[in-house]
Every structure is written in C-alpha cells, then in structure tokens.
Write a protein that binds this ligand. Structure first.
Ligand SMILES: [Fe+2]
Length: 134
C-alpha cells in the first residue's frame, strides 16, 4: 500500500532530531490512513490515533523547549499553533471513539496542516536558532 503523505527533503528544517520526529509524525499519519483504508476495527484505529496524540505532544514540547532555550520571539504564537493541531488530533480520536465512520477529510487536514507547519512555521524557528548559535 502506498502512503498518504510522504516525507521529502524540502521538509527538512536542518535540525536532525526534529527532522526525525517529523518523519515519525508523518509515519503515524500514514498508519492512521492505512488503518482507515483497510477498515480496521475502530479500537485499532483509535489506538494509532492515541499514539499520534502522544507522539505529537512529546514532539511539540521538545520544539517549544528548544525555542525557549534560544529565546525565540515567536514561541507564544508557535505554542498556540501546536495547541490547535493537538485539538484536531483529539477531535479525530473523539469521533472514532463515538463510533463515527471517519472519512479522509480530517486526516487530509492534519497532513496539510503538518506539512505547511513544518515547511513554513518550523523553518522560521530553525533559521532563528541557527543564526543565534554563534
Ligand atoms: Fe512546530
């Protein structure tokens, strides 16, 4: 089965640890997609969505801690943006838990949001950190 969203080098923000975590997020979104496409049982889909939720929370906390360490001025806005995404992942979880048949719109939204966020919003803090690394 092919994938729903693919990593490509244009998504690299030049911080290896963070790139690896972004690859992990993309892999989990693909896992959710595969589970939806193969009509897996709701509880199996939900367990992958919960993994995505966990992984996302951990990853976002790391990004925010990194930005804080460098005194990044965009931290508060970045945190709000992260909170919005987490809310959407939780919405997906709640809809699956409620027994709703899930189409691909919300997953499409998550992957579009994520690839935009990585390539524009995350790149801004990565550039800031690089220019302050002396
Ligand atoms: Fe971010």
């Amino acid at each position: 089965m092919k994938s729903f969203v693919a990593w490509n080098d244009a998504l690299s923000i030049g911080i290896e640890d963070i790139d690896d975590q972004h690859k992990g997020l993309i892999a989990l979104i693909n896992d959710v997609w595969k589970a939806l496409m193969s009509h897996a049982a709701a509880q199996n889909i939900e367990s992958i969505v919960l993994d995505l939720d966990d992984y996302t929370c951990t990853h976002f906390k790391e990004e925010e801690a990194l930005q804080e360490r460098y005194g990044y001025p965009g931290l508060e806005a970045h945190k709000e943006s992260h909170a919005f995404f987490i809310g959407k992942v939780k919405e997906l979880d709640a809809r699956i838990a409620a027994g709703e048949i899930i189409g691909l719109e919300l997953l499409e939204f998550l992957s579009d949001w994520l690839t935009y966020h990585i390539s524009i919003v995350d790149r801004q803090y990565a550039d800031f950190i690089r220019s302050h690394e002396g």
